[in-house]
Write a protein that binds this ligand. Structure first.
Ligand code: UN1
Length: 497
């Protein structure tokens, strides 16, 4: 291991150890080998990072937004140049297969150029005043210091959804990435540094949620928390931040379904289900976790899935022919297997999978692609987020039932319908209650210029990415300019025209 194999904090433009003096291991989930270590921080490190961010904010907010955006364009360019190298690091520390890792880096590249463009937009409104010789406008202002808490499953894409809009809007950032994927965070921060971001604008503090995350949520100097992770942690952040009137944006997973109607293009639906359920080894918030299938095509769908699954090689994602990589760690593997036992006890029928696998020569964390069928909508495997390569088929008899089953879960991130009938399409577009709806496409694959997030237990009304991200990281200011030289009273001096 070299010095550079130790991931360090980045505070006020300096790379340094966390003050706990402790390090955690960064494990490659494909091989169970140690890639390096990551420093662990204390509340004191968070305090210093917030102080640095507060000091930097005083200047950064006054840099014209188009100039802030120039840094983002350079970030996009550096990401583009290093796409392959970043994808390899991503595959090694997170496990997703190389093709998907490249796709994830591309998502960050797209976001950098898109948000770079915002430097010349950040539009507000101008509107007539109700009074003569007076003008009215609204502008977006940065909020201040923002705290970002990001997960391991999309370590650079989700970090890009949050940090780029925050920074282009003039905020400064303290970022706590997941300790499972520290090197991607380090590489991203190095790119910001090389792109010319001034010290203190983006600070990186590694550590656990219970120490570093908690300190960010509690700190009075942090104005906004943007979090992606589990429902349980999100709820506790919301409660604590609520008591401090702190703005919180939460994205907390899904229980996403593909609906397959009796008139679906079946081979397209099967492609989409396999990609949505087993891509990223099921570890996406948007993963296809349920298939709501019209009873008349259920047997056909089961057979088509059974025919195709053996053609999905499992192994180390660095190997280009592998389609399913490992899950993130042993705890996750155990949790997935526990859910399979629950499904069996509940009486769902296991069509295939349901066990760990050991691709030859690899000591990583692998689970077979698993399909349950003949489940009912209220079973736990049809209700709870599993975050692994497990998908559950639920038969229904009509579109109405399908929509009802889709909506009868605590989450509301993504949903999809396969049908050729335009009336069914528009009914589903209106009645599926998720934040993202796909027609004749699977549940994954959100593009960065649209809002990303969901309803019910998935979120709290905010969205990542798209224009909507700016709403999380800006405060509206309404400005009235009176050039009449007299006291003009709104609502009172209404005139008589
Ligand atoms: C996530 O799973 O948390 O839509 C993000 C998708 C990706 C992003 C997923 N673009 O599947």
């Amino acid at each position: 291991m070299t010095e550079w194999d130790r991931a360090l904090n980045y505070i006020d433009g300096r790379w340094e150890e966390g003050s706990s003096g402790e390090f955690a291991e960064n494990i490659n989930p494909a091989t169970n080998e140690v890639l390096g270590t990551v420093t662990l921080s204390t509340t004191e490190d968070v305090n210093r990072a917030v102080r640095a961010a507060e000091a930097a904010f005083r200047k950064w907010r006054l840099v014209p937004a188009p100039r802030r955006a120039q840094v983002l364009y350079r970030v996009g360019e550096l990401l583009r140049q290093r796409k392959e190298q970043l994808a390899r690091i991503l595959t090694q520390e997170m496990g997703k297969v190389l093709e998907e890792a490249r796709g994830e880096v591309q998502e960050a590249i797209d976001m950098a150029f898109y948000m770079g463009g915002e430097g010349r937009r950040l539009f507000g409104q101008t509107t007539p005043s109700e009074l003569p010789n007076k003008m009215a406008l609204s502008v977006r202002e940065p909020v201040g210091v923002v705290g970002l808490i990001t997960p391991w499953n999309f370590p650079i894409a989700i970090a890009s959804w949050k940090s780029l809009p925050a920074i282009v809007a003039g905020n400064t950032v303290v970022w706590k990435p997941a300790t499972e994927t520290p090197f991607m965070a380090r590489e991203f921060v190095k790119i910001y540094e090389e792109a010319g971001l001034p010290p203190g604008v983006l600070n990186l503090v590694y550590g656990s949620g219970s120490v570093v995350g908690e300190a960010l949520v509690e700190h009075p100097g942090v104005q906004v928390i943007s979090f992606t992770g589990s429902n349980e942690v999100g709820r506790s952040i919301a409660a604590k931040a609520g008591a401090r009137l702190k703005r919180v944006s939460l994205e907390m997973g899904g229980k996403n379904a593909v609906i397959v109607m009796d008139d679906a293009n079946m081979s397209l639906a099967v492609d989409a289900i396999l990609w949505g359920a087993f891509g990223t080894t099921g570890q996406r918030c948007t993963a296809t976790s349920r298939v709501i299938v019209h009873r008349s095509v259920k047997a056909q769908l089961e057979q088509m899935l059974l025919d195709r699954i053996p053609g999905l090689p499992i192994g180390n994602g660095l190997d280009e022919h592998v389609r399913i990589g490992p899950v993130i760690n042993a705890v996750s593997l155990r949790r997935i297997h526990d859910y399979v036992q629950i499904g069996l006890q509940e009486g769902a029928r296991l069509l295939t999978g349901g066990h760990t696998v050991e691709p030859s020569g690899l000591r990583g964390f692998y689970y077979a692609p698993t399909v349950f069928t003949d489940a009912t909508a209220d079973m736990r495997i049809a209700q709870e987020e599993i975050f692994g390569p497990v998908v559950t088929l639920i038969p229904v008899d009509s579109l109405e039932d399908a929509i009802q089953v889709n909506n009868r879960v605590a989450f509301g991130l993504s949903s999809s319908i396969f049908t050729q009938d335009v009336n069914r399409v528009f009914t589903a577009m209106r009645d599926l209650d998720t934040g993202i709806v796909y027609v004749n496409a699977g549940t994954t694959g959100a593009e960065i210029h649209l809002p990303f997030g969901g309803t019910k237990g998935t979120g709290n009304g905010h969205r990542d990415s798209g224009q909507a991200a700016l709403d999380v990281f800006t405060e509206w200011k309404s400005i009235y300019v009176d050039f009449s030289g007299t006291l003009q009273r709104a609502q009172i001096d209404v005139g008589n025209v």
